[in-house]
Ligand binder design. Structure first.
Ligand SMILES: [Zn+2]
Length: 136
C-alpha cells in the first residue's frame, strides 16, 4: 500500500478537528472556536534528548514570552512533537500547549492553556505569517 502525503488542507482540517475536541470553548470569549484564527506559534520535538529545551519552552509559555517562544519551530514528522497553538479572537484568545504524537491514531493531548489579552493577541498576530480560520 502506498501512503500519500496528506495535503495541507487535510492537515489543517485534522488540526482543527483536534483543537475543537480539546477546546470546545475559548477561555477568553467563552464562545466556540468558530471564527477564531489559529496558527502554530512554536513547536519542538518531544523526546528524552530535548527535555531541557521543552522545559525552557514551557517556561516561556508560562511567562507569556511569545516573541521568544515563536523562535523555536522544530518539527520531525517521525517524532512526537510539542506544539504551541495560538487562537485569536476579539477578546484576545489562548495559546495552548499540545502534545502531538507522530502516531496518527494516537490522540493529541492538551497539556496547558494560557489565556491572552487583546494586546498579546496583537503581538502574536505579528509573529506569525500563516493564519488559518476556524470553520464551524
Ligand atoms: Zn475567543
Amino acid at each position: 500500500m502506498k501512503l500519500t502525503k496528506p495535503t495541507r488542507e487535510q492537515v489543517n482540517a485534522a488540526v482543527q478537528a483536534q483543537l475543537h475536541g480539546l477546546l470546545p470553548t475559548c477561555p477568553a470569549c467563552g464562545r466556540t472556536l468558530a471564527g477564531h484564527r489559529w496558527a502554530i506559534l512554536a513547536s519542538d520535538i518531544a523526546e528524552p534528548s530535548t527535555k531541557e529545551r521543552l522545559k525552557t519552552l514551557f517556561g516561556l509559555f508560562k511567562a507569556h514570552e511569545w516573541a521568544e517562544l515563536s523562535k523555536t519551530k522544530q518539527f520531525d514528522p517521525a517524532k512526537n512533537a510539542l506544539e504551541f497553538f495560538a487562537l485569536l479572537c476579539n477578546s484576545g484568545g489562548v495559546v495552548s500547549a499540545v502534545r502531538n504524537p507522530f502516531e496518527l491514531l494516537e490522540p493529541h493531548e492538551l497539556l496547558a492553556v494560557e489565556t491572552i489579552n487583546s494586546m498579546e493577541s496583537t503581538e502574536i498576530e505579528r509573529l506569525v505569517d500563516d493564519w488559518q480560520e476556524f470553520h464551524a
